[in-house]
Design a protein around this ligand. Structure first.
Ligand code: B16
Ligand code: MG
Length: 217
């Protein structure tokens, strides 16, 4: 029986991928190469430093660690500037309604995000009060597909993994949920999220009743 819903942030509750993209593209351009929206797909759900490594491999650059730290910090400054202007209008369709439905039906809720900027985004969009537990990139030592972020979330809620369901838009996040022994609903397309129990286009398609589909699976 499902007792808790754990949510990824970027791509599930808000679309911050567009701001990550603009900041990474600006960095790539400064380094002398281009970075496309298709390239950006590879960064979804991936940690900041792992994202930088992917970006540098696209530009065929190898840099020292100190230089990489400096570039990641520069990208983050631009990103933080973008998200500082976010408000509730950037919450994705159906997300707020489903979070509210979870609370009304006695389901626990947790955030499970790789981002170190999650609190800024939750506070600016007004989503913070909807969570019983918030685990983000400042609490974890291993990034998705490592299950740590979701295991910590379930622990803080006091709910066993089999009674949890994770909502994820990234392949690495689905794998993390699986490795945490949790149910998982993909947000996006079946083509990339086939490992989920089922896939929906957005939380606008989700209801508390549909959680019963997981019990039958
Ligand atoms: P930051 P999620 C992830 O958020 C993003 O999808 C990914 O593109 C980003 O690199 C990562 O957070 C780290 O973000 O640089 O803000 O620490 O999908 O796990 O909510
Ligand atoms: Mg995501």
């Amino acid at each position: 029986h499902i007792q808790a819903c754990l949510f990824d942030l970027d791509g599930v509750l808000v679309d911050t991928a567009k701001y990550h993209y603009l900041a990474w593209k600006r960095l790539a351009n400064e380094l002398g190469f281009d970075f496309t929206e298709q390239d950006n797909e590879r960064l979804k759900g991936v940690s900041r430093m792992a994202s930088l490594d992917i970006l540098l491999s696209i530009g065929r650059l190898t840099l020292e660690d100190a230089k990489k730290q400096e570039l990641a910090a520069r990208k983050n400054d631009w990103y933080v500037e973008s998200i500082s202007r976010m408000d509730h209008t950037e919450i994705l369709p159906g997300a707020l309604e489903f979070l509210q439905a979870c609370r009304e039906n006695g389901l626990k809720t947790a955030l499970g995000s790789a981002s170190k900027n999650a609190m800024t985004i939750l506070n600016n969009t007004g989503l913070t009060p909807y969570f019983d537990a918030i685990i983000d990139g400042t609490h974890t030592s291993s990034a998705k597909p490592d299950p740590e972020v979701f295991i910590l979330g379930a622990q803080e809620l006091g709910i066993s993994p089999e009674s949890c369901v994770v909502f994820e838009d990234a392949e690495a996040g689905i794998e993390a949920a699986r490795r945490a022994d949790m149910n998982c609903i993909g947000i996006g397309s079946l083509a990339t999220l086939g490992q989920a129990d089922f896939v929906i286009a957005s939380l606008a398609e989700m209801t508390v009743e549909r959680l019963d589909q997981l019990e039958q699976a």
